[in-house]
Design a protein. Structure first.
Length: 110
């Protein structure tokens, strides 16, 4: 059994590889997300939405966007400083936020 699994693992790495598997999984997720979005928005009247957006003052939209950016920065810097607190100084800021996003999805596989 061990030989079979070793042979299958070697064949997977040589023929397919993790990079191709990751690309295929990413494309599948994107296709499923777009399909779900299209089905969800099928009955929505875009004219009503555009009319409602034009009635909102531009400074309120800018303030909402600023709040979103602030929330994102708060969450990502929290992760960055948490890594520094536990002594992981080698992890750069550009890597810290994606780790928090991907880790919960990978945890059940461990």
């Amino acid at each position: 059994m061990h030989r079979l699994l070793t042979t299958l693992g070697r064949g997977f790495k040589e023929k397919i590889g993790w990079k191709r598997l990751g690309i295929a999984a990413s494309l599948l997720i994107i296709i499923l997300a777009v399909t779900h979005l299209v089905r969800t928005l099928k009955g929505v009247d875009t004219g009503i939405i555009l009319t409602a957006l034009t009635e909102i003052a531009p400074h309120r939209i800018a303030l909402a966007a600023l709040c979103v950016v602030g929330a994102f920065c708060t969450l990502t810097f929290y992760d960055f400083f948490a890594l520094r607190t536990i002594g992981k100084n080698h992890v750069p800021y550009r890597i810290a936020p994606p780790v928090k996003t991907v880790a919960p999805m990978l945890w059940p596989m461990v």
